[in-house]
Design a protein around this ligand. Structure first.
Ligand code: AMP
Length: 283
């Protein structure tokens, strides 16, 4: 069967209603399109777990700041559709901005405290936009399971908190980061990088791996020292400029002075003008 394009909320509602009558288990994979192997690995996982897989493609304006890349964010629907079709995805939910945020739209949801730290410092309205659109997507698609990538680690913790705090009836599953051979985490924004920046970008993961090795060898548990080591390593990348790096509790995202196995290092780093994020578990 060919893939259904649900290009209105009504179409999506009808599609879902029909599947629910048949007691089908529905999976949702929210994306902003410009799909790469990272997205596709999530889709493959969803296909294994559920009867019906819906991928949403929506470049959500409310999660972009005023000076960010909303207008130039890559849009590759034709290729996205082909890739999803070949994986046997059942439907693409493809709303427009006007459908999701009609005139006089007024409702936003904020997951307090963990939205204004780490990435939330440079992007103060980002996670409010993410939480709002994800809640809307959950209400429209009513998935039994929804999938998020560990690449956006803070986002995944925020979504889990949203689901728990608001008693949403959906299971959240996370999927490991897919990387290029170089170690660079796949991202739709990698398309912005020029040749020189592409050479430097893998240093972000190298710095994280080096810090993890220092931690694992028992050499360093003091997070200030780990952070210094990462900063020093990245200072060798000519096109790199660190936004932040922090060692946090893997569940609560709160800063730690001493790293443990239950910690994550989270990082955002400009590579030229492109802001890239990555993270590593110290487990
Ligand atoms: P985006 O289209 O960037 O909003 O991403 C959609 C979903 O794909 C999010 O849950 C991301 O965390 C996930 N994702 C993006 N890049 C990767 C990657 N390299 N590996 C695994 N998941 C990813």
């Amino acid at each position: 069967m060919s893939i259904e394009i649900l290009n209105s909320i009504k179409k999506a509602n009808n599609f879902i209603k029909e599947k629910k009558i048949k007691a089908k288990k529905i999976a949702l994979v929210p994306t902003m399109g410009a799909l790469h192997e990272g997205h596709l690995s999530i889709v493959k996982k969803a296909k294994k777990d559920a009867d019906v897989v819906v991928v949403s493609i929506f470049v959500n304006p409310t999660q972009f700041g005023a000076n960010e890349d909303l207008s130039k964010y890559p849009r590759t629907f034709k290729e996205d559709k082909e890739a999803l079709e070949s994986l046997g995805v059942d439907a693409i939910f493809l709303p427009t901005e006007a459908m999701m945020y009609p005139p006089n739209y007024n409702t936003f949801v904020t997951v307090q405290n963990i939205s204004n730290i780490l990435c939330g410092i440079t992007r103060p309205t980002h996670f409010r936009g993410v939480a709002t659109v994800v809640l809307k997507l959950f209400n429209i698609i009513k998935p039994d399971i929804a999938y998020f990538g560990e690449k956006d680690y803070q986002q995944s913790v925020i979504i889990k908190t949203l689901v728990s705090d608001l008693n949403l009836d959906v299971i959240i599953k996370t999927v490991p980061i897919v990387r290029e051979k170089s170690g660079l985490a796949l991202s739709s924004r990698n398309l912005y990088l020029n040749e020189r920046e592409r050479e430097d970008a893998p240093m972000i993961q190298q710095a994280l791996k080096k810090a993890k090795e220092s931690f694992k060898s028992g050499e360093i548990t003091n997070t200030a020292t780990l952070i210094e080591e990462i900063k020093k390593y990245l200072s060798n990348g000519k096109t790199l400029m660190l936004d932040y790096v922090d060692v946090v509790d893997s569940e609560t995202l709160s800063h730690l002075d001493t790293a443990t196995k239950h910690s994550h290092i989270l990082i955002a780093c400009y590579c030229g003008k492109t802001r890239l994020i990555d993270n590593i578990s110290l487990k």
